[in-house]
Design a protein around this ligand. Structure first.
Ligand code: TPP
Length: 332
């Protein structure tokens, strides 16, 4: 299996991430994976209500983009948003508490994973509405542009949103007004249980951005360094007043649409081939080839697992919201 991630071959002229930054990328992807593995266990054991949508396999997109964002930059996420939240700096303890419906969570435990809002970290929220975060990011980009502090906003969405009229309206406005917004499509090949080719017309998803004159790129979404490099180009352009960009990151969700989905619509050979591209294993091999001892990587993983388990213990000890909390954060 090749470990030739883009850092080894990049010739873009952009500064390459330092060893410390690469380790940061690995740590964050591993944190997302560990967090969601525990969420899967908790859900299967009945400790989490509703549906949960995991992003295992897609971590490189969230981390490759968010590692370049400032605290005051903004993101808008979707229903598969734990990774976006953690990559943008969410506190593991508060995020786990929210997913487990506890009062110590980001939204007092009233939202679960579908409507997490984390203003302090510039996270405008996860949402159950397909494409719903796209106009929020553009609005944030408009306000950022007016403030003139070189802030940017990022909209993360799945390939299902490629066919939402909302995307085209927002892309048009963002291009006309040269808004500092980055549209990031996590193309995992499926919308719920339907393959992208059965519902999505056109030769290539990036054509949707190109139609509006928006610089658009297709990226290997299983290669965190490739995502980072493409995001860097786009974010620098946005901060310099060059307007929006569109990245289509080709990736794969290792699990189902939600936990419990039987996934009988997936092709086994295809799923296996994507597993071979696991972004975390790939970067782990790259780190080892670069001289990091396997034992150091294993220790890092253990520390992360312990951090997530501690967050679960704290959430379990925390109270559920009460009826008195119903009006909190409601404004009329
Ligand atoms: C506006 C809207 N239409 C339909 C749905 C039902 N729905 C929920 S998730 C989903 C598929 C989304 O697929 P995609 O955007 O590719 O994201 P992925 O789940 O693959 O990450 C659909 C159709 C919805 N929640 N909102």
């Amino acid at each position: 299996m090749s470990t030739s991630l883009q850092i080894a071959t990049a010739s873009s002229g952009q500064p390459q991430p330092s060893a410390e930054e690469v380790l940061h990328l690995f740590r964050h992807m591993q944190l997302i994976r560990a967090f969601e593995e525990q969420v899967r266990n908790l859900y299967s054991g009945g400790a989490i209500p509703g549906l949960v949508h995991l992003c295992a396999g897609q971590e490189a997109v969230a981390v490759g983009v968010c590692c370049l964002l400032r605290a005051d930059d903004m993101i808008a996420s979707n229903h598969r948003g734990h990774g976006h939240c953690l990559a943008k700096g969410a506190d593991v303890v508060r995020l786990m508490a929210e997913v487990m419906g506890r009062r110590t969570g980001y939204c007092l435990g009233r939202s679960g994973s579908l409507h997490i809002f984390d203003a302090a970290n510039g996270n405008l929220g996860t949402t159950g509405i397909v494409g719903g975060g796209i106009p929020l990011a553009a609005g944030a980009a408009l306000s950022a542009k007016r403030r003139g502090r070189r802030q940017v906003a990022v909209a993360f969405f799945g390939d299902g949103a490629l066919n939402q009229g909302l995307l085209f309206e927002v892309m048009n406005m963002a291009a006309i007004w040269r808004l500092p917004v980055l549209f990031v499509c996590e193309n995992n090949g499926f919308g719920e249980f339907t393959a992208i080719e059965d519902v999505t017309a056109g030769p290539d998803p990036i054509a949707r951005g190109l139609a509006f004159g928006i610089p658009s790129e297709t990226v290997d979404g299983m290669d965190v360094l490739a995502v980072r490099a493409a995001a860097q180009r786009a974010l620098e352009r946005a901060r310099d007043g060059g307007g929006p960009s569109f990245l289509v990151c080709n990736t794969y969700r290792f699990g189902g649409h939600h936990v419990g989905d039987k996934q009988d619509y997936k092709d086994d050979a295809d799923a296996k081939a994507w597993r071979q591209k696991d972004p975390i294993e790939r970067l782990g091999r790259w780190l080892q080839d670069s001289g990091m001892a396997a034992i150091t990587i294993a220790a890092l993983r253990q520390d992360i697992d312990a951090e997530v388990r501690a967050a679960i213990d704290l959430a379990k000890a925390a109270p559920y919201p009460t009826a008195d909390d119903l009006g909190t954060h409601l404004h009329a």
